[in-house]
Design a protein around this ligand. Structure first.
Ligand code: SF4
Length: 369
């Protein structure tokens, strides 16, 4: 989530509010009881404070848009929980998880209850929002809260597609899946990782004996004809068997709607385990080509996420998507000379400078994708 910091005056507790621009003024509307809102103004650091009113001062006021929802901490930390101009907004359900993936970018395991915050957040989100992702941790772990938030989305955000990012382990319980189905949300999809066709390799990567439960989760969702995206994050531990994994998916999970072949984000646990994970994406081009061929020949719907075009073999460009969330997608200085900047997957700002050593601006006049 996008964050910034400010100078907070006369605010003692964490607050959640929605930005409203009124002329030149930036107002934070904070919901109180009975549809009443209190207001706090956000001003530039250059302005002097002349009274003891609650106020937030920031360096750059232009980052706030009408409709954004932010959380402000007494420390001055400002987190954008919802951005009206983004199509990659998410609801962070819990930081608890039943896996400990070697490449997990979220590695905090302190139990925090985000339920009340999320309830308020969903109530404030623009009802025209097209997509929202439920993520964590593992969102299905706090069953009652997860189901309650799904219900709330169904009633408040009738047109919003909800993407559930889950490891699928708890969905091996058919009764749980039935409970989700009983909510009868019209626009759900499930995004589940599978890292290998070999159970022990997958389990080693996720730090749990989850393989067969995840597979059962896939089947339980398929019984209810759910939209399922299968996600494969590619790294040193699993890249060699990508073609076998593609074959496995075709033979055992042909009902998945989409397969995402994803580049790594180096943050959290991924940084702690950097040496056992890092492989230059350029070095698995041939294997990615083989994998793409297998999937394409079998009419499986797939995409390549989080990769830079100049690193990918040209035959793979048509499968590449711009998939990194806008708030953490950057280009580097080499990209300034590139004519494919608008089509390129870009870089994770969170991955520091752990990028391929084959970044090479594309300067050909015409490039056919
Ligand atoms: S030079 Fe930059 S923008 Fe161009 S393809 Fe490579 S990574 Fe993408």
């Amino acid at each position: 989530m996008k964050t910034t910091s400010g100078k907070i005056s006369n605010i003692q507790n964490s607050i959640l509010g929605k930005i409203k621009l009124i002329g030149e003024k930036i107002i934070l509307l904070i919901p109180q009881k009975n549809n009443v809102y209190s207001k706090i103004q956000i001003i530039s650091n250059n302005n002097k404070i002349t009274n003891s009113k609650k106020i937030i001062q920031v360096v750059d006021t232009s980052i706030f848009k009408s409709g954004d929802i932010i959380q402000v901490e007494p420390s001055g930390k400002i987190t954008f929980l919802y951005e009206c101009n983004s199509d990659s907004n998410l609801i962070f359900i819990t930081n608890l998880c039943n896996c400990s993936c070697i490449m997990c970018p979220q590695y905090e395991q302190n139990k925090e209850n985000f339920y009340e915050r999320n309830e308020k957040l969903i109530s404030m989100i623009d009802s025209k929002t097209e997509f929202l992702a439920f993520t964590g941790g593992e969102p299905t772990l706090i069953r009652d809260e997860f189901l309650a938030l799904l219900n709330l989305c169904k009633s408040k955000l009738k047109k919003t597609k909800i993407e559930i990012l889950t490891n699928g382990i708890l969905l091996s319980d058919i009764e749980y899946v039935k409970e989700i189905m009983l909510i009868n949300h019209p626009e759900l999809s499930f995004h589940i990782p599978l890292y290998s066709d070999i159970s022990s390799i997958h389990n080693e990567i996720v730090g749990s004996e989850g393989f067969y439960k995840t597979i059962k989760g896939f089947y339980n969702l398929a019984k209810f004809q759910q939209i399922i995206e299968l996600r494969i994050v590619i790294h040193k531990q699993n890249f060699e068997r990508l073609p076998q994994l593609a074959e496995f998916i075709y033979r055992n999970l042909p009902f998945v709607s989409h397969i995402a072949l994803m580049g790594m984000e180096y943050q959290g646990n991924a940084m702690n385990n950097f040496d056992s994970l890092w492989i230059d994406p350029y070095d698995y081009n041939q294997i990615l080509k083989e994998t793409a061929l297998i999937l394409n020949q079998r009419f499986m719907n797939f995409s390549i996420f989080n990769h830079q075009l100049c690193v990918l073999d040209k035959s793979l460009w048509k499968f590449s998507r711009k998939s990194i969330s806008s708030w953490k997608n950057i280009n580097i200085k080499e990209c300034n000379r590139c004519n494919q900047k608008d089509n390129c997957g870009g870089f994770f700002s969170t991955s520091k400078s752990h990028y391929s050593s084959h970044i090479n601006p594309i300067t050909e006049l015409k490039v056919s994708k």
